[in-house]
Each structure stands twice: as C-alpha cells, then as structure tokens.
Design a protein around this ligand. Structure first.
Ligand code: OAD
Length: 301
C-alpha cells in the first residue's frame, strides 16, 4: 500500500484520537440507522424501499433535481418518511452513539470537523458546535423557493410534508402548472392525467439533490482541513457518491484513515478497518479512550 508505513493498526489511530487536535470525521447514513433512519444502499435501505414505487425509473431519481422541478408532488408523497428538521414537532429521532462521540471529540478539543452526508442534523442535535459540522448534502433545516430563493425554516413546511402536500412559495405569483388531479392520492404518475392549475413554484428542502452543487463551504473547508489534519475517521458510509467519496484521496499520504462500518468499504484502501455495528465500535473506541463513562452520561441526558 502507498499509505504510511508507520501506521501499524488501531493503536496508532487511538493514540491520535487521544492526542491530536485535528481529527476529521467523514460520516454517512450508517450512523443514524440505529436512530431509526434507514440508510440508502443496504438491503432495507431507502433505495430498496423506493424500488417500484412512485413510478420512478430508478430509486435515486427521488432525489433528482430535474424530476423535482417537473413533479415536486412525487418527492412530497415520500418526504415524510425521512423528514427530520430541527424544531419540528414531529421530530422523533434522537442522536446515537456516533453523534455523541463526535460531541466528545469536540469537547476534548480533538475535532477539526465532521463532514456529514446526512440530512438529519443529528450531529447538531447531539451538541456538536455548528462551525464544526459541514452538512455536505444540506439538510431539512431550511427550505427555499426553487425560483426566487425565498427561504424559511424547515419546520415551517412540516404540515405540508406530513399531509404529503407540495408547500408553495408565498412570495412568487401563481403560474399555470401541470399538477396531478386533486383527488389522486397517491398522485397519478401518468403525465397524461395531469391537469393545469394556477399555483406558485414549490419550496424545496435545502438538501442537495443529484444535479445540484454542494454548498460552497464544503469546497472551501476541505482545502483548509485536509492538508493539515491528523487522522480521518470514515464512519457509516459506502463512499459511493462524489465529491464526498473523493475526500480520502485528498489526504496527504502520511495521514492515516480508519473506516468504521458494518460492511467492508473499498477493501485495502484504508489503514484501519473496524467492522461492526457503529454503536458497538464507537463504544469500544470510547472504552480505549476512557471516555465510556462520558458517552454513557451523554446517552442518558
Ligand atoms: P449508504 O446507504 O450508501 O451507506 C451506508 C453504509 O453504512 C453502508 O455501507 C452500511 O453497511 C453501513 N451501515 C448501515 N448500518 C450500520 C450500522 N448500524 N453500523 C455500521 N454501519 C452501518 O449511505 P451514504 O454512504 O451515507 O445523497 O450515502 C451517501 C449519499 O448517497 C447520501 O448522502 C445520499 C445518497 O444518494 C443524496 O441523497 C444527495
């Protein structure tokens, strides 16, 4: 392997977690599965659940920007299954061990940044400071008009999401739009059944759909963080989606990367592989760091 010779194993990673101020975390949906939010690509993940539903050609199209712009009703027939906005009354998801571990890393002065692909904001809910979290794929925390950019809190579209209704811009004027007939529930996916109505443009949660740019802060901060970090923890992600999946490649060659995941991710590419359930591996890591008491305390609070 071309990566550092001196990284012998997990002891070296633990010693870096114990002593270095520049830990980078790259997180994915696997860290929230035990909190009740499915991941995307596991057998019972979101894409498996979407197969054959909503008239989609492929499950990923649920997060396609062109499809949203044409048929926002399709996204809103499904959104309530994954909706999780800070301050929303229906918010039933609580942070798990990994999110609380990130908070401990921050409190101990070890954390440079958490780059999360998750849109559930559970890192923030766990108490990781906002400036330490990059939500690479955005979140449900805010929603914006697709035409004028008018923005509101994500909790303000909660009623519409729960009712599977398309929330619409309160500022833009209505315009003729093809929508499903009012009595179709679930909506008619056959475009020929659509009827024309006068409606304002839809509001879209500020999550990054396929076909959209990642937030500019992502590109700025990886330039700052990656050259000078001390270790990267890759946790609960299959590393399938660029540009986030390219982050490990941008590490300097002498910086170790450790994977924590239920299944093998890009075997042989990383220095340390800790395979298992995220809560168990994080619990074990905290034990090695003598932070297990603190972790248990946070779990109870
Ligand atoms: P994936 O579903 O692709 O990967 C989640 C990984 O977590 C898988 O490798 C699982 O094996 C692992 N996993 C699941 N449960 C776990 C557990 N309890 N303990 C440990 N590991 C577990 O999710 P992401 O990699 O986050 O983007 O997906 C990346 C992006 O693809 C998402 O942000 C989303 C999606 O398309 C957009 O929607 C823009």
């Amino acid at each position: 392997r071309s990566r550092v010779e001196w990284v012998k194993g997990v002891e070296d990673v633990i010693s870096l977690l114990r002593s270095s101020a520049d830990v980078i975390v790259l997180a994915g949906a696997g860290i929230s599965v035990n909190c009740g939010i499915p991941d995307f690509r596991s057998e019972d993940g979101i894409y498996a659940r979407l197969k054959g539903r909503f008239g989609l050609k492929k499950p990923e199209d649920m997060f396609s920007l062109p499809l949203f712009l044409r048929r926002p009703d399709i996204f809103y027939s499904f959104a309530e299954e994954i909706y999780c906005a800070p301050g929303a009354a229906s918010n039933r998801f609580r942070p798990g061990a990994a999110h609380l571990f990130f908070r401990l890393l921050s409190e101990k002065g070890r954390l440079r940044r958490v780059y999360t692909q998750n849109i559930d904001s559970l890192d923030l809910l766990a108490g990781v400071p906002k400036d330490k979290v990059v939500q690479c794929h955005g979140s449900f925390a805010t929603a914006s008009c697709v035409e004028c950019g008018w923005q509101c809190e994500g909790s303000e579209i909660e009623d519409a999401v729960k009712a599977k209704r398309v929330p619409r811009c309160p500022v833009c004027p209505p315009k003729p739009t093809k929508v499903p007939p009012p009595d179709s529930n679930p909506p008619a996916f056959d475009e020929s059944t659509l009827v024309e109505e006068l409606v304002p443009p839809p509001l879209k949660p500020d999550i990054v759909f396929f076909g959209e740019q990642l937030p500019s802060s992502f590109h700025r901060l990886i330039q700052e963080d990656l050259p000078s970090c001390s270790v990267m923890l890759i946790i609960g992600t299959s590393l399938q989606v660029a540009p986030v999946s390219t982050m490990p490649k941008l590490l300097p060659p002498d910086i170790p990367a450790a994977v924590i995941n239920k299944t093998l991710v890009k075997p042989g590419e990383f220095d340390v592989e800790l395979l298992g359930d995220v809560d168990e591996v994080v619990g074990w890591l905290c034990k090695q760091l003598r932070w297990n008491g603190l972790l248990e305390e946070l779990k109870r609070s």
